[in-house]
Write a protein that binds this ligand. Structure first.
Ligand code: SF4
Ligand code: SF4
Length: 438
């Protein structure tokens, strides 16, 4: 299997077709000046060069040897979370005349292949190659979260459902939430297995950083492992992995078919837990993560070429789908919050037009100031709603926004979705047992 992602050279005409309209800077539906941007990169950098359009023009100039690698250029390419907001805005207004996200992936691939990826990201790629995770932690740590639980594992067992945990296995603060899901499966009689130390990295982060060969290799390992597991359904805990399966694998020409992929929020929404009546009602604002939202939209593999119509309009042959991010997972997390009696107060930028918190795509490691500026802007927007809680399905988002909220002294309390549901249910159960003992 070869990688079918378009190279920067193949995207040459699309790069040249960008009229520098700057639509990729803004949400298509602006509600206020404070939260009009969709691109965290330009929010931080301020100049057109920081927009997707600016990065595309730089890629075009690079192909024509009109610019060379400079620290500023590299910093600009990686002051970006690969959130896809630019792609959604550009295509909402201009259809597929330009391909911002494909071009950003291709630009990073070239920068990485030419040996210019920033040092922290090169280290992450090395760790992925040698240890199978980007954090430089021992692979055996994937087996820690379920210590003391007796769960079926892919090393020795098979089952119709595979619970894919992802990199949260390396984060001990997430372990109670993951264990909560395992016990929910057991409580509801689901016959499931986990990967434990056998679970490979999905390859999504390697693709985001720009090493598409490594991404392809990890994705192939994942597919081989899934195939051996005997599972017909994979329930995915991590938004990053969900996005890798639905957004990155098709770009690599791979598919999980016939294995069905669902996110844990979708599975829970089919059978939501509730809380006892009389619980205090929380006010919650929900942050749509890019990876569950617009980049969680299912793509179909596409292979073809771009030809110029009338010598000036790039056209894809054969014609491909137009992905606007509208088919991401938006409703189920909200349903789950309502089921535990939370009152949702929406931010201005939601669903496919959500503003990224800056934590993804290697942007946080390569350009910490960029990521912090994005998270602070998102926290301001969340606080403007007046909600007490900010909840996100993505543990990378919730973990990072917690950190930045603490730094900034923000009063809003940040939770991961499963962490929040678990806390609400535990509080409800403890209230009920107090009442029963009265
Ligand atoms: S990438 Fe799209 S939205 Fe951005 S400047 Fe180019 S054409 Fe306009
Ligand atoms: S992927 Fe996100 S951060 Fe990067 S240029 Fe596009 S909108 Fe900006």
């Amino acid at each position: 299997m070869t990688n079918v992602s378009p190279t920067l050279e193949k995207l040459h005409d699309k790069l040249g077709a960008c009229p520098r309209c700057t639509f990729c800077k803004w949400v298509p539906e602006v509600r206020s000046q404070d939260f009009a941007e969709i691109c965290p990169s330009v929010h931080h950098g301020k100049f057109f060069s920081h927009t997707a359009g600016g990065k595309l023009i730089a890629g075009y100039a690079l192909l024509h040897n009109r610019i060379d690698y400079t620290p500023d250029f590299i910093q600009n390419v990686y002051s970006c979370s690969m959130c896809g907001g630019c792609d959604t805005s550009c295509k909402t207004l201009l259809a597929d005349a330009v391909e911002p996200l494909d071009s950003l992936y291709a630009l990073r691939q070239k920068v990485t292949a030419d040996g210019h990826a920033p040092e922290p990201l090169r280290e992450m790629l090395d760790h992925l190659r040698t240890l199978g995770n980007p954090w430089g932690l021992p692979a055996s740590m994937r087996g820690e979260w379920f210590r003391g639980l007796s769960l079926k594992q892919t090393q020795t067992d098979q089952a119709p459902v595979l619970f894919h945990v992802g990199d949260v296995a390396f984060d001990n603060e997430e372990w109670p939430a993951i264990r909560h899901i395992a016990s929910e499966f057991e409580r509801r009689g689901v016959d499931f297995i986990i990967g434990g130390v056998d679970e490979p990295d999905s390859g999504g982060l390697a693709y985001d950083i720009g090493d598409q060969d490594l991404a392809l290799n990890l994705a192939q390992q994942t597919l081989a492992w899934l195939g051996k597991s005997g599972a017909a359904t994979v329930i995915v805990y991590s938004d990053d992995v969900f996005s890798a399966f639905r957004n990155i694998y098709p770009r690599l020409g791979l598919s999980l078919d016939p294995i069905k992929v669902i996110h844990i929020a979708q599975w829970l929404a089919e059978n939501p837990a509730t809380v006892a009546a009389g619980q205090r009602r929380d006010t919650v604002t929900y942050h749509d993560s890019c990876r569950l939202g617009r980049l969680g939209e299912e793509r179909l593999p596409w292979e073809g070429e771009t030809v110029m119509a009338y010598n000036s309009i790039p056209v894809r042959v054969p014609e491909g789908e137009l992905y606007l991010g509208v088919n991401g997972v938006y409703e189920e997390p909200r349903q789950l919050l309502r089921a535990v009696d939370a009152e949702i107060i929406e931010m201005e930028r939601i669903r496919e037009f959500a503003f990224c918190c800056g934590a993804g795509g290697g942007g946080k490691q390569a350009s910490p100031d960029f990521a912090r500026a994005a998270a602070r802007n998102r926290l301001q927007e969340a606080q403007r709603t007046g909600a007490e809680f900010l909840v996100s399905s993505c543990t990378a988002c919730s973990r990072y926004m917690k950190e930045v909220a603490q730094e900034a002294g923000a009063s809003i309390r940040v939770f991961g979705l499963i962490e929040y549901l678990h806390a609400r249910q535990s509080a409800s159960a403890s209230d009920a047992s107090h009442k029963a003992g009265e």
